[in-house]
Write a protein that binds this ligand. Structure first.
Ligand code: GRF
Length: 190
């Protein structure tokens, strides 16, 4: 049984989908939800699903990555879902190719520091892009930079608004993130 940790500090809608997806799995379980925002959606969902939570604090995270805590809980794989802090070297080095992220645009465009949430969709629309989408990628020491695992596009329509594009992209995330995680676990880490 693989032990997965989800790092989620936002609304937690992706965390919820992933938790639901693996609820009855015999090969992987969500063993931890880590979060840096008290009262966030991810924490509430973890509470409802009886999943242990880890509240993380910036200074300690930047120095240790909470590595001991993760190892103590036998975490094999880390899923970022709405987690904005850059991961520190101890964590990146301890989990090579075992930390993934989802980004709400088609990387390598529209990524990097400050490119999150509606800022991403606003930039895509302002640039007149005809399509946007999602990117699932490995995490390295730069924002939104590691090797790309999966992308899916959606059209940006003429009257597209930030809100309507955000909805479309979230839908793609909810449809594909869990499936891609499962595929990755089965094929790359059987
Ligand atoms: C998602 O759009 C994801 O692409 C980004 O953060 C957002 C998290 O949304 N990394 P939610 O908290 O899962 O609803």
């Amino acid at each position: 049984m693989k032990h997965l940790a989800i790092f989620a500090s936002g609304a937690g809608s992706n965390a919820l989908k992933i938790i639901q997806h693996f609820k009855n799995s015999t090969s992987a379980k969500i063993a931890l939800v880590a979060c840096n925002k008290p009262g966030s959606g991810g924490l509430k969902i973890a509470g409802q699903e009886n999943i242990p939570v880890l509240m993380i604090e910036k200074k300690l995270f930047d120095t240790s990555g909470y590595l001991e805590e993760l190892k103590r809980r036998n975490i094999d794989f880390i899923i970022l879902a709405g987690f904005l802090w850059k991961l520190p070297p101890p964590l990146i080095n301890a989990y090579p190719s075992k930390i993934i992220n989802i980004h709400p645009a088609l990387l390598p465009s529209y990524g990097g520091k400050g490119m999150y949430g509606n800022a991403v969709h606003a930039a895509v629309i302002t640039a007149g892009e005809k399509q946007s989408g999602i990117t699932i990628h490995y995490v390295d020491d730069k924002y939104d930079h590691g090797e790309i695992i999966f992308q899916k596009t959606c059209p940006v329509d003429q009257n597209e608004t930030v809100e309507s594009l955000a909805r479309k992209v979230h839908e793609l995330e909810h449809t594909y993130y869990s499936k891609q995680i499962e595929k990755l676990l089965n094929t790359n880490y059987p």
